[in-house]
Design a protein. Structure first.
Length: 89
């Protein structure tokens, strides 16, 4: 119960700070946006690190992981672009 009361007090304190002046409100919102962005990026990276060993997931815009790893391991003699364009035809 004390935790809930503490959270309510914290929200009230942020409200008082933001209500002090427009500059304080802008700084508070900028800080919240920066923290939110940081949390989202960290969550995305953590999810990728956890899910990578579980399954062979396709990467955004780069094709399936097996194909990319095959190109890397076997090499294409500098013809990577031709190899990738052949898949699109």
């Amino acid at each position: 119960m004390e935790l809930v009361r503490s959270l309510v007090d914290l929200i009230g304190e942020f409200g008082r700070i933001a209500g002090g002046s427009p500059e304080q409100a802008v700084l508070l919102l900028a800080g919240a946006a920066l923290m939110g962005f940081t949390v989202l990026v960290s969550t995305y990276l953590l999810a990728g690190a956890i899910l990578r060993p579980i399954g062979n997931l396709p990467a955004l815009g780069r094709g399936h992981t097996d194909r990319r790893e095959t190109i890397y391991r076997e090499g294409t003699g500098g013809r990577e672009q031709e190899y990738l364009e052949g898949d699109r035809r």
